[in-house]
Design a protein around this ligand. Structure first.
Ligand code: GLV
Ligand code: MN
Ligand code: MN
Length: 421
């Protein structure tokens, strides 16, 4: 009987080159990437991923919400697959690593297993989830949401961007409206990602073992006043929508500070109508993003915001409409998968740190249908959702090696594959 091969290391320079190559699609002047979900650039990145995955020996398939699955067959077809992945859509001025790292680390594992002719017992799959960012279409984490039943396929397909174009139309246009969305059986899901915050860098750790994630509530707020001339209209006779909106915007930030240190409050989008310097604004539309470690805190933040709205409405002739558009409950990842990430990190020679994710990730949705966990690596200055987002090549390699260990432990190495296959 021959000895089973040991878990191989990934090829760090090859992974780094792939991250840089994918970042050319939608590259910005500031060194980042702007590749919104379901645009022509997203299509180009998707086609590049499929080409690379096929070259790595994977079979590829697209589901009805455009998620791409690249599968490497194991010896036991009846066992559910081990999944890994993330997203390749970016923010409008995003970086090279957010999402792309997790997808390409998964692809690198496929390549390294193939280089080493390793046969696993269970199938392994890398997944590109559609529209994780939510900056063009709400809700965020859409593809993983449909896969895990958090969001219905019809709701997702009918979501529209600010120009009125729907997800369904765009999927058809770019050729990624696949067939069938019945999710297949999943043994477990692992996602590698940059931390997008400062904790690992400050504590000088290479690997974060993600134990859970903050809950999120997203709202759209519309404030309606009355447009009139900036000169003749006395201050006592105005119904200034932007002045009222600015009180609410301040309130969002104050609320998060009042639940420090783990609450967050952000207004990232504001549209002022008619947006002319000598017209009193008649209508303002803005987004609200609230995050916290538990649902009670999120309930308190949301109801305090509603109280402020009522006070403004009583004092001014202003209409305010606040609509919740997305909700992601605070969660904890599966204890066994978290323990496996910790063990894999230690085996690879790291002293990992337990960490809670402030960002949304597809793993949060996958955790509803399969045991899941995440691996974080540091990013420079904790900066993400910014063109200057950067991760060190050594850290990129380290996280992928930890991912490789998690996948191999879970899938089981059973032999040396026939290289001709
Ligand atoms: C996803 O990028 C988020 O906003 O958490
Ligand atoms: Mn991401
Ligand atoms: Mn992101």
């Amino acid at each position: 009987m021959t000895d089973l091969p040991s878990i191989p290391s990934i090829d760090g320079p090859r992974l780094w080159t792939s991250i840089m190559d994918l970042a050319r699609i939608g590259a910005t002047q500031g060194g980042g990437v702007s590749r919104l979900a379901l645009t022509d650039l997203d299509k180009e990145a998707r086609c590049t991923f499929i080409k690379w995955a096929r070259e790595a020996g994977c079979e590829t398939r697209v589901d009805a919400i455009g998620n791409i699955f690249a599968r490497r067959r194991g010896r036991s077809p009846d066992r559910p697959a081990i999944l890994m992945g993330s997203h390749i859509d970016t923010q409008p001025g995003g970086g090279k690593f957010d999402g792309n790292y997790g997808v390409l680390a998964g692809l690198e594992i496929m390549r390294s297993l193939r280089d080493n002719n390793i046969e696993t017992d269970a199938d392994i799959e890398v997944v590109v989830w559609t529209n994780e960012e939510g900056s063009r279409f709400v809700p965020l984490m859409m593809g993983s949401g449909v896969f895990s039943g958090v969001c219905s396929l019809s709701d997702a397909l009918s979501a529209r961007d600010s120009e009125g174009v729907s997800v369904g139309e765009e999927l058809t246009r770019i050729g990624f409206a696949g067939d069938g969305h019945v999710p297949h059986a999943v043994d477990s899901y692992f996602e590698a990602h940059i931390e997008q915050g400062p904790v690992l860098e400050r504590t000088e750790r290479t690997i974060g073992v993600v134990v859970g994630a903050l809950g999120q509530r997203w709202f759209d707020c519309t404030v309606t006043g009355f447009e009139s001339h900036a000169g003749p209209t006395p201050m006592t006779h105005r119904r200034d929508a932007l002045q009222a909106a600015s009180i609410l915007i301040q309130r969002v930030v104050e609320l998060a500070k009042s639940f420090a240190p783990n609450a967050r409050g952000t207004v990232g989008q504001v549209a002022v109508h008619p947006n002319s310097r000598n017209v009193i604004p008649g209508r303002v539309h803005f987004s609200v993003d609230l995050r916290a470690e538990d649902e009670e805190t999120l309930d308190s933040m949301a109801s305090s915001l509603c109280e402020t709205i009522e006070t403004i409405k009583q004092n001014q002739s202003i209409l305010i409409d606040l609509v919740e558009v997305s909700r992601v409950p605070a969660m904890r990842f599966d204890a066994d998968c978290v323990a496996l990430v910790d063990r894999s990190a230690r085996e690879a020679g790291y002293d990992p740190l337990e960490i809670v994710s402030g960002a949304g990730h597809d793993a949060i949705n996958l955790a509803k249908v399969a045991p899941s966990a995440m691996i974080f690596i540091p990013c420079e200055g904790g900066v993400s959702h910014n063109e200057i987002e950067h991760a060190e090549p050594d850290h990129v390699t380290a996280g992928a090696n930890v991912l490789m260990r998690c996948i191999c432990h879970r899938a089981g190495i059973v032999g040396v594959a026939n290289p001709s296959h």
